[in-house]
Write a protein that binds this ligand. Structure first.
Ligand code: GAP
Length: 455
């Protein structure tokens, strides 16, 4: 079964997962609001990432840095000078496209334009006669740079305002806290700083739902290490990133590692993990060997020494950075794509099931009283279990319809409370994926579920 974007968007809209941003005003391009079901899934994705990369690794420290940073940070990072997309307008239909996307789409992902100059991209588009995807003509303007950072200003008096930027990536908050973390946590290289937070980019290309948005969350980690060990650590993070996805129930066949052959001048290696999204293979996350570039630039621009003194060898050096970065919203789209399943049932019916890993399911259990007049026990069970995890309570409609509703939002277990429950304190637990049912004493339900939702 092929999962289309349309099916995912419709399910998200109709089941409280994701809505168009500012919908009643006609929406706003490339913005989306998470509904009650979606916010739970996304929070669980972030929790799973944090657990795996921060909680379970004693050498990784979490931070939550400010979104608005001293503008000099963006001079040091190069964003004020270079952070722009190469855009071309079609002179026939007036649509605007990213030149690198035109090349990558035309070559079906086989050619990466990431390290091409504007001249190289224009030549490739001309040599390969890449026509406008909208109107089919070959009538392009030259490439122009389109700034991606959102600007705002601070200051109270007119005419005395300073420009500040909404951060376009979270990792700079990790670099600028390198000295703070090292000192306050007595951190020894190699150690990592990680954070999850919002980033903003003035993207104008068609977003493919939440794949590319102007406001999104990143989960980023910078490992500071010694040059000699840096390639081992780089390979370790490639493997950790892969394992994280496989443990979230991704199929290996839907992941592709793309090692860059052209690198930024400071980089020593770079790899993107591509996922087979409904619109085709596209980048899900990246692992980059950034040499000593980032800390050296911050040393130069801030005037603060970023030299690390090795307490054992007494060597002094600027640490090398290995970066692992993944978008929470982009991972959410991949998770939904991977989990979306349509199954033919006996009798000709079709059921939609989100086969989410139980750890990231929005609700862990649905409590479904078979009849309204026996709901007292069901409410009591809901009250007890909801102290431990998110639970759904649903007493409206036939039991079959209620099961379908839970399947569609990925609730892994449904508990029915029936007349026997009143007699013997047992309930039926139904498994979302197998639809098998077992009978269990009511006071064993919590343990049963808790064991199954571990990540
Ligand atoms: N600090 C490195 C960095 O920001 P990036 O490749 O630009 O690198 C990292 O972004 C990840 O953030 C991407 O792999 C993707 O998952 C996510 N991401 C980037 N731009 C995004 C956008 N406009 N919308 C949603 N997610 C985005």
């Amino acid at each position: 079964m092929s999962v289309t974007m349309e099916k995912i968007v419709n399910l998200c809209k109709n089941r409280g997962i994701i809505f168009q941003g500012s919908e009643i005003y006609g929406g706003m391009g490339n913005t989306w609001d998470y509904g009650p079901v979606g916010v739970e899934i996304k929070n669980n994705i972030k929790k799973a990432w944090w657990k795996r990369f921060v909680q379970e690794d004693p050498s990784t420290y979490g931070v939550d840095a400010a979104i608005l940073m001293n503008p000099r940070v963006w001079d040091a990072s190069g964003h004020t000078q270079n952070f722009a997309d190469p855009k071309m307008d079609c002179k026939s239909c007036k649509q605007r496209f990213r030149a690198d996307n035109l090349i990558e789409d035309h070559s079906k992902g086989k050619v990466s334009a990431e390290a091409m100059s504007n001249e190289e991209m224009e030549k490739y588009i001309s040599d390969n006669k890449i026509n406008c995807p909208h109107c089919g003509n070959f009538n392009w303007t030259p490439i122009r740079q389109f700034k991606l950072m959102f600007e705002t200003s601070r200051g109270t008096l007119d005419g005395e305002k300073d420009v500040v930027y909404l951060r376009p990536e979270t990792c700079q908050g990790e670099y600028v806290n390198f000295l703070n973390i090292q000192r306050s946590m007595r951190a020894k290289v190699p150690f990592a700083i990680a954070q999850i937070g919002k980033s903003f980019r003035n993207e104008i290309t068609p977003g493919n739902f939440i794949f590319r948005t102007i406001e999104f969350e990143q989960m980023e980690l910078q490992k500071f290490c010694k040059e000699e060990t840096s390639f081992d650590i780089y390979n370790e993070y490639k493997e950790k990133a892969r394992k994280f996805l496989l443990d979230l129930n991704f199929s290996e066949d839907h992941l592709k590692f793309h090692d860059h052959d052209k690198l930024a001048f400071y980089a020593k290696a770079a790899c993107d993990i591509f996922y087979l999204f409904p619109m085709g293979w596209s980048e899900l996350n990246g692992i980059h060997h950034r040499s000593t570039h980032d800390l050296s630039r911050h040393q130069e621009f801030s005037g603060k020494s970023m030299l690390y003194l090795d307490p054992i060898t007494n060597e002094k050096y600027i640490p090398t950075v290995i970066e692992y970065s993944i978008g929470a919203d982009r991972l959410m789209l991949a998770v939904l794509t991977e989990a979306y399943t349509e199954e033919e049932l006996e009798g000709g019916d079709t059921r939609i099931v989100l086969k989410l890993h139980p750890a990231i399911a929005p609700y862990k259990v649905a409590i479904l009283p078979l009849q309204k007049n026996i709901n007292e026990k069901a409410i009591e069970l809901y009250n007890n279990l909801s102290k431990k995890f998110m639970c759904m309570y649903d007493e409206a409609g036939s039991i079959g319809k209620r099961y379908r509703r839970q399947d569609e939002i990925g609730v892994p277990f449904s508990v029915t409370v029936d007349f026997d429950t009143l007699e013997d304190n047992t309930v039926t637990i139904r498994d979302r994926d197998t639809m098998e049912q077992i009978r269990l004493p009511i006071d064993e339900v919590e343990k049963y579920i808790e064991e199954k939702i571990v990540f």
